[in-house]
Ligand binder design. Structure first.
Ligand SMILES: Cc1cc2nc3c(=O)[nH]c(=O)nc-3n(C[C@H](O)[C@H](O)[C@H](O)COP(=O)(O)OP(=O)(O)OC[C@H]3O[C@@H](n4cnc5c(N)ncnc54)[C@H](O)[C@@H]3O)c2cc1C
Length: 405
């Protein structure tokens, strides 16, 4: 009976383990995670949990209730520290080693931090402890919260802090919020949304450093334009880096995460999935790494299927490619922002429903005769329909027909 080792017990890792069991794998599945408890679901960390509306027990991952039935050898509080790719042997932080017939790498990503010594009152938001520490600081009632970075996590944290009645500054070096997922100028509506709610939005200006109050606590943010924003709490949301340092020297290609082929395979017997994995998405003809919730599940499942196929044919067959339409949502105030696809800044943005001013609209992104994505704001039905169309084909014509443009 074969053994599969999974590194990471979060969305992608558990989706892979579940797929293995669903697909009939009856051998051992060892799942290691450096977290001492089963990781919680991350989206509520910047929304309901941070707002104080939920307690941690409610933020369980989708497969958490099923873990007991999967017959896993679940080792929490244990990190993988090295991988010998040829023999698929992991070295673990408890001093043991684990030889497996297949390895699933699903370690996610770690938040970037600002350089300099740590200061009290400065936070990132990636896991439960981060969220609870920030929440405790917010409960003290700081004079102002400065959020550095207006990506989707920064923008959500800013909205949640504002919802708690706090004064908020949101600082972004790019000319618009959420530029990595909302290309070009389209993210401008997010800035307006926050301004309407009284957030002090600073775009196109970098951060020079943090101000220390002299007692090891943050007192503000020093901007590159010479101004200082006084703030008792600072949240750093400047992106993440894939958790691959421990794989240095393993022989795997580490290029914006663990680089896989079209089938999620990084080396014979080694697959990767979720935030940590990059792969050439055959649907888009582009190498992508996607940091989105549903993608974690979908790629985890694809990685599980790849392992089943590889164990059956001793890694000789080509495996099935993993075509994916990335999909995310973000909740800010009373707006639900949903996006299917992966448009580029050079794609034409065509308004297909509503108006941007009323912040209830849909935009389809066009590249020649292809549609590379559809963004919908408070238009959930359109978002879901467009997603299904794109999953069938990236042709522009069906999207144009659907929206009547
Ligand atoms: C605050 C927040 C809000 C979000 N909101 C949304 C949203 O609204 N919509 C959306 O689409 N997406 C959202 N996301 C993104 C989504 O949650 C992630 O894309 C998803 O969690 C990725 O799953 P994963 O399994 O790849 O990685 P992770 O969830 O990061 O899990 C990786 C696991 O691997 C473990 N690990 C790492 N290294 C090791 C090691 N060496 N050994 C052992 N274990 C290791 C970690 O402890 C972790 O448990 C949000 C993310 C965050 C942080």
């Amino acid at each position: 009976m074969s053994t599969v080792a999974v590194v990471g017990a979060s969305l992608a890792g558990l989706a892979a383990a579940d797929t293995l069991r669903q697909g009939g794998h009856d051998g051992t599945i060892v799942v290691v995670d450096r977290s001492a408890r089963l990781p919680v679901d991350r989206p509520p960390l910047s929304k309901q949990l941070l707002a104080g509306e939920w307690e941690p027990e409610r933020a369980h991952q989708p497969l958490a209730n099923k873990v007991g039935d999967l017959g896993l050898d679940l080792r929490l509080g244990v990190s993988a520290t090295a991988l010998e790719v040829g023999s698929r042997t992991l070295t673990l932080s408890d001093g043991s080693s684990l030889a497996a017939d297949a390895v699933v790498l699903a370690m996610g990503a770690a938040p970037r931090r600002l350089p300099g010594p740590p200061l009290a009152g400065v936070h990132v938001v990636r896991d439960l402890d981060d969220c609870l520490a920030l929440r405790a600081d917010l409960e003290v009632g700081p004079s102002r919260v400065a959020v550095i970075g207006a990506g989707f996590i920064g923008a959500e944290v800013a909205a949640t802090c504002r919802g708690r009645g706090l004064e908020v500054s949101m600082i972004e070096a790019a000319p618009a919020p959420m530029v990595r997922v909302l290309p070009g100028e389209i993210g401008g509506f997010v800035a307006d949304l926050h301004r309407d709610q009284g957030v002090d939005v600073r775009l196109g200006v970098g951060v020079e450093g943090l101000v220390d109050d002299g007692a090891g606590r943050v007192a503000g943010v020093r901007m590159a334009d010479g101004t200082v924003i006084d703030a008792g709490v600072v949240v750093v949301g400047i992106g993440v880096v894939p958790e691959v340092d421990w794989l240095d020297g393993s022989g795997l290609v580490l290029d914006n995460g663990v680089r896989c082929d079209e089938t999620c395979l990084a080396a014979p017997g080694v697959v990767a999935a979720g935030d940590v994995a990059s792969w050439p998405n055959p649907l888009f003809g582009e190498v992508m790494r996607v940091e989105q919730w549903e993608h974690g599940i979908e790629m985890g499942e694809a990685a599980g299927r790849r392992v089943l196929a590889g164990l059956a044919d001793e890694w000789r067959g080509p495996g099935d490619p993993f075509p994916a339409v990335p999909w995310f949502w973000s909740d800010q105030y009373d707006r639900k922002i949903q996006m299917a696809g992966r448009p580029a800044a050079t794609d034409e943005a065509v308004l297909v429903e509503g108006t941007i001013e009323e912040r209830r609209f849909a935009v389809a992104f066009r590249r020649g005769d292809r549609c590379t994505g559809v963004l919908a704001v408070n238009r959930p039905r359109h978002a879901i329909q467009a997603r299904m169309k794109l999953q069938a084909s990236l042709d522009w014509a069906p999207i144009a027909e659907m929206f009547g443009v």
